[in-house]
Design a protein around this ligand. Sequence first.
Ligand code: CTP
Length: 412
Amino acid sequence: MRITLGVTGGVAAYKAAELVRLLQQDGFTVQVVMTRGAREFITPLTFAALSGQKVITDLFGDSSGSDANLESAIEHIAVAQRTDLLLVAPATADILAKFARGIADDFLTTLYLASTAPVVMAPAMNVNMWNHAATQENVARLRARGVTIVDPAEGYLACGMTGAGRLAGQAEIVAAVREVLKADRDLAGETVLVTAGPTCEDLDPVRYLTNRSSGKMGFAVAEAAARRGAKVILVSGPVSLETPAGVERIDVRTAKEMYFAVLDRVGGVSIAVLAAAVADYRPVEQHAEKIKKSDAALTISLEPTTDILADIAKNKGQKIVVGFAAETERVAENARKKLSAKNADLIVANDVTAEGAGFDQDTNIVTLFSRDGRDLALPKLNKSEVAQRILDEVVRLRGLLHETTSVKRSGA
Ligand code: CTP
């Protein structure tokens, strides 16, 4: 799990160094972002050495070279997407005000707006600044928006005064981080099986039938499910993608291999997301030797493969089964047909001919057709965001399923 630690300018900035160490001990990867003010109190080098990651200081790179690795001004988008949680400690009155108002005038404030990750802030400041109505209004506004505020402790402050304003203890801040991430892990306890990529159906030792699937959508679902706490089994056709962290991957080549790999593991699974573009037909005959060229026309006979989705959804019990529908026309009609014909709970449909959707793209434009009649048309989104929305819908359907089951039980 990745945490972005924003360090802002206060005497307590040095305490963030210890925080990096504690978070790492807990297994987190920590990316430090420092504001200009923070750099007056502690050098980026301290955090770079502790975190083992380059420290981000500026929005547009730094000509002095301390930030030479910052590749582009849109780096904050990339950091935002990689972040599981944004922690700001210590948080000054200034950063509370900027976050509350949506001011984006440096890397950290821009990252806050660009990220959808949960946010934890641990304020530290002079007691009068903390108690000021302006600060308290900002804190209330942030809390109302879902930001977790770890209240400052009472005690002797660097300014010579005594009262609330000391940065909360590092252990307390780490505990708050853990608590927030736990709430985000809504698939903890679930086992999710995902299929991804194309299949290859051999004609002879050098030729095969396949399709243009890259596997990106299925891999994004596997990654998102693992992040949300699920145990994930990913059955993948031939793709050139890295296995997401914490995911068990089973590589297969043909539709038949994929079918048997799924059958082998589906028993203990509570959610199945079948995103693979499985071949519908395979050559009846696989030639042991290379088919030789001749002047005559060549006819290849194909036989249907097993529909993996339909097969496992037939007796799915309490499982939630999600399928995809790659269409080139009449998307809604075809998707609804697949939903009922295959006994699925959710069909993720897209028009693969649309710009920004379909094969080998990083984005997708899909509509989610649910078993309970809901149609949810999503705008053009990154495949990782589409994956999150699919899982949100799965969680909603799981809720409905549990409701129905408990009604049936109490009625029996
Ligand atoms: N699917 C499967 N096994 C197959 C074929 C398809 O599990 N042998 C699954 C896909 O993973 C996808 C869904 O079925 O989740 C729909 O796949 P798609 O190719 O869109 O539909 P088909 O059922 O093959 O119908 P058609 O090709 O006629 O549109």
